[in-house]
Each structure stands twice: as structure tokens, then as C-alpha cells.
Design a protein around this ligand. Structure first.
Ligand code: HEC
Ligand code: HEC
Ligand code: HEC
Length: 93
């Protein structure tokens, strides 16, 4: 039981440090996109991390770029009718 509680505590710590890396700046010539990561991790949706990542561990996204982002990011905002869908709402000069 003690080990179980210790284990859970460690898992919560690990999750906390991932949640800590909050705002990710995605560079774009027409204005960088400030992406609130932890806010997105907290969004309740079917695919979880895999809405954006290949695995549930996350990490670098190899296909990241204009086409991926407009399909993945904008696509989800349109589907859920939540989150920015206009150019200037994502790209900030
Ligand atoms: C809505 C999209 C989205 C969701 C959902 C998402 N992430 Fe991410 N995550 C990103 C993007 C974008 C990056 C930046 C990737 C890059 O720079 O290649 C990133 C980066 C990361 C990194 C690398 C750390 C860093 O700061 O660069 C980790 C680890 C990570 N995510 C874990 C997770 C985990 C675990 C989940 C699920 C609980 C999750 N992510 C859910 C989009 C998302
Ligand atoms: C939901 C947020 C979002 C919306 C809305 C959006 N974009 Fe983007 N856009 C991004 C992201 C994220 C990237 C990829 C950034 C990266 O690769 O680091 C990107 C990349 C781009 C690039 C490539 C920039 C470069 O340096 O190569 C262009 C050009 C672009 N977007 C134009 C537009 C235009 C025009 C609109 C409106 C019709 C638009 N975007 C709407 C998020 C968005
Ligand atoms: C799986 C669905 C989903 C994906 C994929 C997704 N988003 Fe979102 N996004 C949301 C939702 C839902 C909200 C609204 C959250 C809220 O208001 O609480 C949101 C809100 C935002 C906001 C506004 C945050 C704020 O504080 O008002 C930005 C900026 C944003 N998303 C950028 C992105 C970018 C950039 C990507 C791609 C790297 C992305 N999103 C991918 C669902 C998604």
C-alpha cells in the first residue's frame, strides 16, 4: 500500500512537470503562434494526447508545420466550435 501511494505521488509529480511547460511558441513568418499546451492537455476529448501526438507520451511532433497545424489545430477548433479559427487569432505579430 505504501509503495502504491509512493508510485501515485511520483506519477502526479511527473504529470505536474509536463503540465508546467505551459506556453509553447510555434514560429511562423506571418506571426508566431502562442500555443497554451497545458490548457489543451486539460481539454476533454476522445483522442487525448493523440489528437496531436503519435503516442500518449507526447514529445516533438515531426510533421509540425503549416499543413499539419491548419488541419489539426484549426480542424479541431472548427469541429468543436471552440478555439480560434481566424488567421489573426493564432498568428500574433
Ligand atoms: C492540441 C494539441 C496537443 C495535445 C492534445 C497535446 N500536446 Fe503535447 N505538444 C503539442 C505541441 C504542438 C508540442 C510542441 C511540439 C514540437 O515542438 O515539436 C507539444 C510538446 C509536447 C512535449 C514536449 C515538451 C516540450 O515542452 O517541448 C511533451 C512531453 C508533450 N507535448 C506531452 C503531451 C502529453 C503527455 C499530452 C497528453 C496528456 C499532450 N502533450 C497533449 C501539442 C499537443
Ligand atoms: C488554429 C491556429 C491557426 C489559425 C487559425 C491559422 N494558423 Fe497559420 N499556422 C498555425 C501554426 C501552428 C503554424 C505552424 C507554425 C510552425 O510550424 O511552427 C501555421 C503556419 C502558417 C504559415 C507558414 C509560416 C511559415 O513561417 O512557414 C502561414 C503562411 C500561415 N500559417 C498562414 C495562415 C493564414 C493566412 C491563416 C488564415 C487563413 C492562418 N494561418 C490561420 C496556426 C494557425
Ligand atoms: C482536439 C482539439 C484541439 C486541437 C487539436 C487544438 N485545439 Fe486549440 N483549442 C481547443 C479548444 C476546445 C479550445 C478552447 C479552450 C477553452 O476556451 O477553454 C482551444 C483554444 C485554443 C486557443 C485559445 C486559448 C485561450 O486561452 O483562449 C489557442 C491559441 C489554440 N487553441 C491554439 C491551438 C493550436 C496552435 C493548436 C495546434 C498545435 C491547437 N490549438 C489544437 C481544442 C483544440
Amino acid at each position: 500500500m505504501k509503495n502504491l501511494i509512493l508510485g501515485i505521488t511520483i506519477v502526479m509529480f511527473a504529470a505536474g512537470s509536463v503540465l508546467g511547460s505551459d506556453m509553447i511558441s510555434l514560429p511562423a513568418k506571418n506571426g508566431n503562434v502562442n500555443f497554451p499546451h497545458s490548457k489543451h492537455m486539460a481539454i476533454k476529448q476522445e483522442k487525448g494526447c493523440k489528437a496531436c501526438h503519435e503516442t500518449d507520451k507526447g514529445g516533438k511532433i515531426s510533421g509540425l508545420g503549416k499543413d499539419w497545424a491548419h488541419k489539426t489545430c484549426k480542424g479541431c477548433h472548427e469541429t468543436l466550435k471552440k478555439g480560434p479559427t481566424k488567421c489573426g487569432e493564432c498568428h500574433k505579430k
